[in-house]
Design a protein around this ligand. Structure first.
Ligand code: ADP
Ligand code: MG
Length: 461
């Protein structure tokens, strides 16, 4: 391929990925050569290389092939070929973090131009892209307040919650906001792992003094996933001192973890109590509304790039119901649907969605336990569990019991004998009979069908 062809492909890519993405990710890369059906490119930093590989290699490949080239893979190397323009022209909002010049090509992406240890910020993780719902409204409000950058109101702000619930997103959002509104502040975001890595390096290089100085000159320090350093004693110790020094100087600190400070067994109790002094807010597991909100927002964003994206009514609701683990998994499901829609070029129907997401849906299914099914069924029919388990053949009890058996068969991966044992040592043929009975009734009796649907929804929500 000549540079001219690449120029043409770039033009096509601009149309495909949109202006922001183009200037942030495509513009910085330069074409090198095609060897053995592999197109080689230079990128200014590892970070850009990784990002482009993960997010744009498909589209780049598609356009290269469309331009008549025989290519089946792409390779991005950090290197001199990446021009200076790359580091100058990518200032689209929110600007900044990715503009590390290509002067130290081998440096990890964390090594920013300032020499300040920090982790890169993801351009998508802004407040504008954060969907607020009941489970995260407190955390969001606190993050907003901190991002206003006025007087330090709660120090530290500690955000905690399970994986994929938006802790990192909120921290990046705070960083973007502050970098824009208060560019004079030194705002540093880094993972606890990165903090430890820096500290160990400083120890090794006998340079802990400048390590301390660097950290103590920061105005806003964010440390993500602090559970990582719990139990790592010398790192914790240093973290504690850094932390105290900054708090005493009135600098804002924001920390995230996967649990509440008091529940982190290995965390130095002094750190835990320090963390406790600030504001501790948790991100709750998602609810249906939040999941649907996130899906709708992401579909909207995708439509801006691919206006012909078609998703049948009910598909998003279905995904929001069924994929109930965390938002990261939800995003993965959606990415898959988008890719699928792109591939087949027609509307994503419920059937296609089910097929395309079957593994994710199965994984979610396994999450429903027989105990939950029994509990919910009893609640639904206003029965006590002992009655449900009893030998009683009265229909008012036997039917709900069969419903619970049916749901155990449909919503879990348990075998009939296992279900039988759960239901007070019943024979597997009894379970099979119960399952068949409900299957039959669902098509005959609308009340039963409704009960089954309602229970299924509740259990999978
Ligand atoms: P955590 O750090 O808590 O493990 P992340 O912040 O990395 O989770 O979030 C996982 C993914 O889900 C990210 O891609 C993030 O953008 C997305 N996400 C999380 N919460 C929200 C939200 N409220 N609105 C939109 N996207 C979200
Ligand atoms: Mg995180």
């Amino acid at each position: 391929m000549t540079q001219d062809t690449w120029g043409h492909v770039r033009g096509e890519l601009l149309k495909s990925v949109g202006k922001n993405n183009f200037s942030a990710w495509i513009e910085p890369i330069t074409f090198d050569a095609i060897k053995d059906r592999t197109a080689h490119f230079h990128v200014p930093t590892n970070f850009i290389g990784t990002w482009v590989t993960q997010h744009f290699s498909d589209v780049i490949l598609r356009h290269l092939i469309a331009a008549g080239l025989s290519v089946d893979r792409l390779k991005f190397a950090v290197g001199a070929g990446a021009t200076a323009q790359a580091s100058v022209d990518i200032h689209t909002p929110p600007p900044g973090a990715m503009s590390a010049p290509a002067t130290r090509p081998a440096a990890p992406p964390q090594a920013a131009a300032t020499g300040m240890p920090e982790s890169p910020l993801n351009a998508n993780l802004t407040f504008a892209n954060f969907v607020v719902g009941k489970p995260n409204e407190l955390a969001h409000a606190a993050a907003r307040r901190v991002a206003e950058g006025g007087t330090v109101s709660f120090n530290p702000l500690f955000l905690y919650g399970g994986v994929g619930l938006g802790k990192t997103h909120l921290m990046h959002a705070i960083a973007w906001e502050l970098r824009q509104s208060r560019p004079e502040l030194k705002v540093i975001y880094l993972s606890a792992e990165q903090f430890m890595y820096r500290f160990i390096r400083a120890l090794r290089d006998q340079d802990t003094i400048s390590f301390k100085e660097t950290f103590r000159s920061i105005d806003v320090l964010m440390v993500d996933d602090v559970q990582f350093i719990a139990g790592k004693n010398s790192t914790q110790e240093e973290f504690f001192h850094t932390f105290n020094a900054l708090v005493e100087l009135g600098k804002q600190i924001i920390i995230s973890g996967d649990r509440a400070p008091v529940d982190m067994d290995e965390l130095d109790s002094r750190i835990a109590s320090r963390l406790q002094c600030g504001l501790v807010v948790d991100l709750h597991p998602t609810d249906y509304e939040l999941r649907l909100g996130v899906l709708q927002q992401k579909v909207e964003a995708e439509r801006n790039r691919h206006p012909d994206l078609k998703i049948a009514p009910g598909v998003l609701e279905f995904v929001a119901h069924r994929v109930s683990t965390n938002i990261r998994v939800l995003e993965g499901a959606l990415t898959r649907l988008f890719a699928f829609a792109d591939l087949i070029g027609c509307e994503i129907t419920m059937d296609l969605a089910q097929e395309c997401l079957s593994d994710i849906l199965r994984a979610t299914d396994r999450k429903v336990t027989m105990d939950e099914i029994i509990k919910k069924t009893c609640e639904h029919y206003h029965l006590r569990q002992t009655d449900l388990m009893s030998p009683s053949r009265a229909r008012s009890i036997a039917r709900p019991r069969q419903m619970a058996m049916y749901l155990c068969k449909k919503l879990t991966t348990r075998s009939l004998p296992e279900i039988g044992r759960k239901f007070g040592g019943r024979d597997h043929t009894t379970i099979l009979h119960g399952v068949r009975k409900i299957e039959e009734l669902i098509s005959l009796d609308s009340q039963i069908a409704e009960d089954a649907e309602l229970l299924r929804r509740m259990l999978e929500a």
